[in-house]
Design a binder for this molecule. Structure first.
Ligand SMILES: [Zn+2]
Length: 257
């Protein structure tokens, strides 16, 4: 049996797969936001729950926002900022009493989509995560391109291109810059954009539902979102010209995106 865990900004999802790839069980828990120790404890508890319910020990793979810096061995670039600067892989291995495989969540997503998903059979696949954060991954000829700094595909912290005067310099980002793509195209980024234009506090899903129902302000927010997504991805296309771009993450489930 194999256990896969997706450590997201709002939820942690676990799946158990048999040796032949059949799904044995799957469940979610809420991420303890801003609490590193509680996050480690939750992952350990979820592994224990899977193994109890499935009745077998397993190898463990974990997808995370951000990545382990190859020089320091510490997490970096995670929009779940409580993980940054922490040796997450080593802390989990110590708590679980065994080694785990860990990789950037957008990289995991892109490898999966390139293998048997939306990018299956394509030479160059760019995977996009539009969720609590904005990430990306690059797969060429079925192999992940991660780069010496482990940041290949991280378009979420490029600046939004061709900003209009009323967009510049853009919202502050946890990375220390302003106007990163993530600050506009993440779910919280869309919600904040709607609020800045005078809209009531609404989640990205609520804004999309209101727009689909014909509500004017929500429709205009969605129009801005679509335009920004196209602008931001045009920079990716100019550099890597992928055969397929696959969208994933909660915001990508919105019909118009
Ligand atoms: Zn940033």
């Amino acid at each position: 049996m194999r256990i896969g865990l997706d450590l997201g900004g709002t939820k942690v999802e676990a799946i158990a797969l048999s040796d032949t790839g059949e799904e044995l069980l799957r469940f979610r828990r809420s991420t303890p936001v801003g609490d590193y120790s509680a996050t480690v404890n939750l992952v350990v508890a979820m592994v224990a729950e899977v193994e109890t319910r499935a009745g077998a020990a397993a190898s463990i793979g974990l997808g995370t926002p951000g990545s382990i810096d190859p020089v320091s061995g510490l997490m970096k670039n995670s929009n779940s900022t409580a993980l940054n600067g922490r040796p997450l892989d080593r802390d989990l291995a110590a708590a679980l009493g065994r080694d785990i495989s860990m990789a950037n969540d957008a990289d995991c997503f892109t490898v999966s989509e390139g293998h048997d998903g939306g990018g299956a059979g394509a030479e160059v696949v760019f995977g996009v995560i539009l969720g609590t954060g904005v990430g990306g991954g690059l797969v060429v000829n079925g192999r992940l391109v991660s780069g010496p700094n482990r940041v290949a595909g991280e378009w979420g912290h490029n600046p939004l291109p061709w900003m209009w005067p009323d967009e510049a310099p853009g919202p502050a980002c946890y990375c220390g810059r302003q106007g990163c793509v993530e600050t506009f195209l993440s779910g919280p980024g869309m919600a904040a954009d709607h609020a800045r234009r005078g809209g009531p506090p609404m989640s990205a899903a609520e804004i999309a539902a209101a727009a689909a129902a014909g509500e004017e302000a929500a429709s205009v927010t969605m129009d801005r979102y679509h335009d920004r997504l196209a602008r931001a991805l045009s920079g990716v296309i100019n550099i890597v010209d992928p055969h397929v771009i696959v969208l994933g993450g909660g915001v990508s489930n919105i019909e118009s995106i």
